[in-house]
Ligand binder design. Sequence first.
Ligand code: SF4
Length: 360
Amino acid sequence: MLKKLYRKYLIDKKLFRIFGKLIYYKKEWNLSWIDFIKNKSLLYFIFEIKKETMPLPFYLQVEPTTKCNLKCEFCTRKTMSKDRLNKDIDLNLLEKIFKENKNIKVVKLQGMGEPTISSNFEEILKFLKSKNVYLSTIINGTTLNSEKVRKLLLQYFDHIIISVDSIQKEKYEQIRKGAKFDNVVEGIKKLVKDNKKYKKKISINYVMSHLNYKEIPKTIDFFEKLGIPVGFVEVQNWKTPIDSEFFDEHNFVMQERIIREKIYNYIQQNLKEEYKEKYNFSFLMKSYHLKGKCNWGFYMCFITFDGLITPCCIRMEEKYALGSLKEKSFSDIWNNKNFKKFRKAHLKRIYYPLCEYCPD
Ligand code: SF4
């Protein structure tokens, strides 16, 4: 009897969660009910079905360029091979991707470069718009003073995310080498003003660590006053033990991990009452390990400017690729032995080097 009730409780809880996901993502990604019925990848995602062989992914992160106008301190771009730097995605590759994968519903433009400075930015956006996908991007905000850039962003994207990891001018400029804090804020203000006509979603992405957590309450206040919500992610180690930088990064990340509860309490004590309902930091009190829980590589993947497919955006480099679209079709790669091995490791929670130290 107890066993029956327990199982029923679990099933009910799962059904409740699935229903919540359906409602949330339908709204979030402007999807229709038909999309959920017709799109097998989306359906698997909602019902949390994971197998070694999966339908082609509905969610792609695509690297539009490896050009960047900054030299950020933490950026792994400096370890990229020189022949892959300062390159833009070829429109033919995008066409191939969409021709071979009919499940694509959501695309995020993000990678080792600043999307807004890719030389074929407008061309890419026009193509993606014609495919009727939910489109988002993450940018560094340095180009927002250009009217043309703001117009392209607001015209084509559903969600524009701007990375800002400090609201202290000096600290910001120290992290984002080459960026001017005042210019970025000025550009953000202009974007918000122009957005009155477009009403697109704009948010800030803030990577929190042991070095900047005390700024969080002020950061929320600062951007909320401009009318922009802030999304918080914990610092992650983008390296694996095969990389020489792994241990330095690991030590840095661990300094945040060991004070997660302290960070949570600090924010709770210092966040203005009016933001407490909107900003939930309870993730800091939960486990952060992703292995075995990750959706990447099952419903989502990352594609580099030159067609390499990796499972996710924190393993963007060439060495993490599980296949190349220059050599094979999307479906050949998606269920090849590399992807099956990756999925098996997640399903059985066994050792898999690429994910073993994720996120730290
Ligand atoms: S490294 Fe592995 S566990 Fe981590 S986000 Fe990527 S796919 Fe998921």
